[in-house]
Design a protein around this ligand. Structure first.
Ligand SMILES: Nc1ncnc2c1ncn2[C@@H]1O[C@H](COP(=O)(O)OP(=O)(O)OP(=O)(O)O)[C@@H](O)[C@H]1O
Ligand code: SF4
Ligand SMILES: [Mg+2]
Length: 364
């Protein structure tokens, strides 16, 4: 990445000093997406629904990196697409900088479309193979009426430099680049619109392991230096550990635990978070865990989101499940012994490590 600070300061970028304590930027409340399943003959009608996202609350603050983690199919991409308004929610609300955008139409969304950008998992299919790099990065600027000082071509060349590519490669096509370089092109395209928030949906999982760290480092530098907020989607905790100050753990369409990185990694209270942390080789698993050993191997498949378990959705795989778990949905609340903002949805949570001072339980 470039050392020239002027290249990193587009005109009305969010302030570089913004941190996790910044203003709420994007707020989702009870956000829900149920995909209808159609069937029947001769009259097609709805016979069921895939409960991909089922009533989640989350807030991304200006300038922070927020991680969203969970196994395949738990609803991460659907959440990302709902938040960027690429999908219509079935229920709940989304507000952006204090404005309700849940049902905002094309026209209303136009001014903020460029402020919320998405980086996709697959750097191969997300770039048009017939367009040059200059068009791929400059095109969205034109559509969104972004007019950088000195012109778009100059800005595209600057952006190439910012993401660690050669500005001379302006006229090249995507196939002339490696996977990691293509993902950098995707990042430059998003940056061209001077976003305040980037939703990065597993941006490195399609890349070679050796390249993953380089792309993550680039994103981390951009987040810090440009003050861009990130919603970073990943299926394991290892990637998010180095990137996100706060994170939420999703299971089968719901958030089961959310909090500051340190609090979640050192004091996971939800059995599922604990199990995910066990799978992270370098993770610290609490010594006085109620699990038999420090390491927990998750067994069984994730149930279908078409017919999820009653009560706690994790109960079919949870080693602590009791009757209450089948009948009562555990609310996402702050448990005694946890930091404020660390919320857990479990009737029988893991013990807080010894020596922790209890803080009063509060509802989310
Ligand atoms: N357009 C759709 N129509 C019907 N079902 C869908 C649609 N998109 C996603 N789903 C279903 O919704 C659930 C959540 O999918 P989603 O892609 O959000 O999960 P994910 O956490 O991103 O998974 P992965 O880690 O594999 O990317 C899955 O069961 C998926 O099959
Ligand atoms: S509520 Fe019950 S089933 Fe769900 S995670 Fe907690 S102990 Fe396990
Ligand atoms: Mg996904």
């Amino acid at each position: 990445m470039t050392d020239d600070p002027t290249l990193l300061a587009p005109s009305d970028q969010a302030p570089a000093t913004a941190t996790a304590t910044g203003e709420p930027l994007l707020v989702a409340e009870q956000l829900t997406k149920h995909f209808p399943i159609m069937g029947g003959f001769p009259f097609r009608r709805q016979v069921g629904a895939v409960q991909a996202v089922d009533g989640i609350d989350l807030t991304v603050h200006a300038g922070e990196s927020f991680g969203l983690v969970g196994e395949s199919g738990c609803g991460k991409s659907t959440t990302g697409r709902l938040l960027t308004r690429l999908l219509e929610p079935t229920g709940g609300t989304i507000s952006y900088r204090g404005r309700d955008i849940t049902r905002a139409g094309r026209k209303e969304l136009a001014p903020i479309r460029s402020e919320i950008q998405m980086i996709f998992q697959d750097p191969y299919s997300s770039l048009n193979p017939r367009q040059t790099v200059g068009t791929i990065i400059g095109g969205p600027m034109e559509i969104n009426n972004v007019n950088p000082p000195g012109g778009r071509e100059k800005r595209v060349r600057e952006l190439l430099e910012i993401v660690g590519l050669n500005p001379e490669h302006y006229n090249r096509f995507p196939h002339e680049f490696s996977g990691g370089q293509r993902q950098r092109i995707g990042v430059a395209r998003a940056l061209g619109l001077e976003p305040r928030l980037i939703v990065a949906d597993e941006p490195v999982s399609a890349l070679d392991v050796s390249i993953q760290a380089q792309v993550i480092n680039l994103l981390q530098e951009l987040q810090r230096e440009l003050g861009i907020a990130f919603l970073f989607i990943a299926h394991d905790l290892a990637v998010v550990r180095h990137f996100s100050q706060r994170l939420a753990v999703m299971y089968l369409g719901r958030i089961v635990e959310v909090g500051d990185r340190q609090s979640i990694y050192q004091r996971p209270r939800h059995p599922y978070t604990h199990a995910l942390l066990s799978a992270v080789p370098e993770a610290v698993v609490p010594e006085d865990s109620e699990a038999e050993s420090g390491r927990i191997r998750l067994t069984g498949d994730v149930p279908s989101p078409i017919d999820p378990p009653s009560g706690c959705r994790f109960r079919t795989r949870c080693w602590k499940a009791q009757e209450k778990c089948a009948v009562e949905l555990p609310p996402l609340v702050q448990l005694p012994g946890n930091d404020s903002g660390h919320l857990t949805a479990c009737h029988f949570p893991e013990a807080a490590p010894a020596g922790e001072t209890a803080s009063p339980a509060a509802s989310a």
